[in-house]
Ligand binder design. Structure first.
Ligand SMILES: Cc1cc2nc3c(=O)[nH]c(=O)nc-3n(C[C@H](O)[C@H](O)[C@H](O)COP(=O)(O)O)c2cc1C
Length: 182
């Protein structure tokens, strides 16, 4: 079946992350994103695509730091609060009833309820189409609880993935496939 080219993101299941930032005045902000990807191992670089009108982008330009909080299934119901356009310097973390915890390296807080975190400092931002590709240098990362088996273990961590709009994908399992010898 042929689709409109605008529908292409609906063919890709992507992890949901909640990016936390702070304003110049130190007020935290949180917003969900799903246009996101690892970029490089060395240096470790991570990127996500941000609408330039978002407070997230304003804060990153002002402070140069952000935290990628990897969302679990239990945050699914909070998406509608987290994506709400509140006035600048109203914290969606509080609105969603989530809890902050201090990050290891950067100033924006982490979200305690997330399944994993990636702390970043801004490396580069590139205007691509109608979004800004925000590339961050990874300065710290970690996983909550005991969901680490050399990789993130999806059975216990239950990552939340996005397809489009209100459509999400859940219930992932680990499966190992043979790989070519290196
Ligand atoms: C699951 C989900 C994924 C989203 N992905 C993106 C994205 O990749 N890029 C983007 O610019 N906005 C995305 N949004 C919309 C923003 O989260 C939303 O506009 C939010 O209000 C921006 O908040 P801010 O102004 O506090 O930064 C997404 C929303 C949801 C619920």
């Amino acid at each position: 079946m042929k689709l409109s080219t605008k529908d292409y993101p609906k063919l890709l299941v992507r992890p949901v992350i909640v990016v936390t930032t702070i304003s110049k005045n130190g007020v935290p902000n949180a917003a969900p994103f799903s246009f996101n990807s690892p970029i490089s191992f060395e240096p470790p670089l991570y990127g996500f695509s941000c609408n330039p009108a978002h407070d997230t982008w304003r804060n990153i330009q002002d402070t140069g730091e952000f935290v990628v909080n990897v969302a679990g299934e239990d945050m699914g119901d909070l998406m509608k609060i987290l994506e709400e356009k509140y006035p600048y310097e109203v914290s969606e973390i509080e609105k969603a009833g989530l809890n902050e915890e201090p990050s290891d390296v950067v100033k924006p807080p982490r979200i305690m309820e997330a399944i994993a975190w990636i702390e970043c400092t801004l490396d580069k931002a590139v205007e691509l189409g109608d979004h800004i590709w925000v590339a961050g240098k990874v300065v710290a990362a970690g996983v909550k609880g005991d969901s680490w088996e050399g990789v993130l273990e999806p059975e216990s961590s239950k990552p939340l993935c996005h397809i489009a709009g209100e459509f999400f994908a859940v219930d992932m399992v680990t499966k190992k496939f043979e790989r070519a010898k290196k």
